[in-house]
Design a protein around this ligand. Sequence first.
Ligand SMILES: [Zn+2]
Length: 315
Amino acid sequence: MKRMITLDKPIAVWRSKDNIDGRIMDTLTVILKTRGCFWNRCVMCGFSADSSNLVSDEDILNQFHAINAKDVECIKIYTSGSFLDTNEISINVKKKIIEELDKNSINKIIVESRPEFITRENLSLLDDRFIIAIGLETADDYIRNKIINKGFSFLDYKRACNLIHSLGMRVKTYLLLKPPFLIERDAISDTINSGIRCSECSDYVSINPCNIQKNTHLERLWFEKEYRSPWLWSCLEVLKGLTSIDLPVQMDPVGAGNRRGPHNCGRCDQKITKAIKDFSLNNDPTLIEDLDCECREIWNEILKIEDYPFAPILI
Ligand SMILES: [Zn+2]
């Protein structure tokens, strides 16, 4: 019942700063409530809880009008699915949103979509202010489809990137650090390899250390003690492993320090999380050097001995 009352308010809105093309910009992020992701099968995704079949075009426009996009240079418009899916955001609503944005001084607009909706027709409404984000998660087709259950191939992603670039827009790729059934060591190398592979066709890379959302398959594995979210040391290791690629790399450690999010021993979590955020904003590798804690040794040992994917060492 609660959701019926709030269809005309976005799920969340917040301001932050982002480094885009070497410049720190004031950014507004809005998450619009829609009918939800048509796929809705990914092992770690709990966003369907934020969607409703009752959302109308008018509701989405009201949600958008409820935000204040003044004084920001960049806006991120997310849904719990794909901005380019016309069943989630109709062409008419997209046109009106773009008209609204034209009235402001916004020069970067980031939206997210699955590759199947990245078509010439769906992109035709957009212009070169747009950055299209794709949740690739990993460059490994086996991990993406057999473990995460994402339902598209690296080739689908590459085709979408080429189309976006051919129309003068840019690509941001999201990677997921540590899907289930990967030991810590393999999760680190999977994300580093993925960052290297997608750097050929993406303009920005953003890494999401996996967090455990409510009512997901991943949460069930966690309850059964078959999953631990990544160590913050692993997050740093990935960032260090990607400093050589010619692409800005960001990381958003949602839920850091919490048992459901990326975490270390509890004593150093705040310090490491701050370093990750500072690195993401400034793209300065020196900000993630010289960090230490007693738990780093434990993590190091785990990397050496954890070899059984169904029995993580829970610390
Ligand atoms: Zn520690």
